[in-house]
Ligand binder design. Structure first.
Ligand code: AMP
Length: 392
């Protein structure tokens, strides 16, 4: 068991909390503050316990100086201030005297947010390359380090893995909840069914290989279904296909023919967004694009889900961003909502679809981290977690 924020006496301590404030921003507006909201439990706990709270986060990618203006955390500090109903001291730099003085002057229960950790990537990828001098420097600002940024736990950066190796450390409530939820899959209540969708097979080869070994059924939808159907020699028209993954799909279909369930029909269009037509697998024209699973496939998927007790879902079942092709994803979400089954929604697009369609609180768990949740499903250990101290 990993140490958590509860394992430390925080009173009067400088507690660095690595949060994930990587929110979408357009024209200086935060489009979705969910990630800030999700970090509040840990931040409020540290405040209540009398810690001097130092927050660090990345925002976007920083490749050149001009990326800095649009990726400043200043606007996030203002939103955080509203959500906490409390002053947040924003320091517009990632190192130096101003930051050090502000940290030294912090009083118990005060909150400071440092500028975007990735500003350090401008001088040779110091943050993303986990530069040890930078990690030591940031660690020198605090007494305890808490990692609550699940979305970056699959990365080895100075602001997570780096600082952890130089300070007493633990995980925050958000990371703890994520890990506990994925732990339910270690010993799943069977039947255990995986729903896999999304654009490409090649992005999820590790996930498919790992989950095929342990699950009872794997329901394949979305763009990736057409590579599987191509592997079975169906005419898939102009649907998205991963040529380089066809042999892999053939191998999987051979090894797991009773587990892998493919769609039998699709909503197709000849031009995306125009004239949707329902077609069976053996009915595609050479210019048809498969963009959603069809009615029969939805029914068949639901039949299998009815008998399942544990369900994990990664990847939308169609091009759900366009409402014409969202029915498969919506129907399955709707079937699974509020059920007494264990339902874990992997991060990224599936989580976005679940939240956008109004199912935010309808499942056992919706993961906040796309890449990190995929790596957990691949059976990998996340570097940001591995480095955290074990409880004695
Ligand atoms: P991923 O990040 O791999 O989970 O892929 C998510 C993306 O796959 C979303 O943007 C979906 O719109 C897209 N997608 C799902 N089904 C299809 C499809 N049949 N054709 C093209 N794109 C799709």
């Amino acid at each position: 068991m990993k140490k958590t924020i509860r394992d430390y006496d925080l009173f009067g301590k400088k507690v660095i909390i690595r949060v994930d404030f990587n929110v979408p921003i357009k024209d200086n507006n935060i489009l979705d503050d969910n990630r800030i909201v999700m970090s509040l439990d840990t931040i409020k706990y540290a405040i209540e316990k009398g810690a001097k709270v130092i927050l660090m986060s990345h925002l976007g990618r920083i490749k050149e100086q001009s990326d800095c203006n649009k990726n400043s955390l200043k606007i996030v500090s203002e939103r955080l201030e509203q959500l906490l109903n409390k002053k947040v001291i924003f320091i517009n730099t990632t190192r130096g005297k101003e930051l050090e003085d502000a940290v030294s002057n912090l009083k118990n229960g005060e909150v400071l947010l440092m500028e975007n950790t990735r500003f350090e990537d401008l001088n040779g990828k110091l943050e993303s390359g986990n530069d040890d001098d930078l990690a030591k420097y940031w660690a020198s600002l605090g007494d305890i380090f808490i990692n609550d940024a699940f979305g970056t736990c699959h990365r080895s950066h100075a602001s997570n893995v780096g600082i952890s190796s130089h300070l007493d450390n633990g995980i925050g409530f958000l990371v703890e909840k994520e890990l506990n939820s994925f732990k339910l899959l270690d010993n799943p209540k069977r039947p255990y069914t995986v729903i896999l969708g999304g654009a490409k097979v090649s992005d999820k080869i590790g996930v498919i290989e790992n989950l095929c070994k342990v699950c009872d059924y794997i329901l394949v939808g979305g763009g990736m279904a057409y590579t599987f159907l191509q592997a079975l020699s169906y005419n898939i028209g102009k649907s998205i296909v991963d040529e380089e993954s066809i042999d892999f799909c053939k191998k999987m279909l051979n090894n797991y023919k009773d587990k892998i369930i493919l769609p039998t029909d699709s909503i197709t269009s000849k031009t995306i967004g125009m004239n949707p037509v329902l077609k069976n697998n053996d009915n595609f024209d050479s210019d048809d694009i498969g963009l959603d699973i069809g009615e029969k496939s939805i029914e068949h998927f639901i039949d299998i889900l009815k008998d399942s007790n544990t369900i994990v879902w990664n990847g939308p079942l169609g091009y759900y961003e366009n409402d014409i092709y969202a029915n498969g994803t919506k129907s399955i979400l709707n079937y699974l909502k509020d059920s007494d089954k264990i339902v874990i929604i992997g991060g990224g697009d599936t989580a976005a679809a679940a939240i956008n369609f109004g199912y935010e609180n309808a499942f056992t768990h919706i993961s906040t981290g796309g890449g990190a949740s995929l790596e957990l499903l691949e059976g990998k250990e996340l570097p940001g977690i591995k480095i955290i101290d074990e409880k004695e």
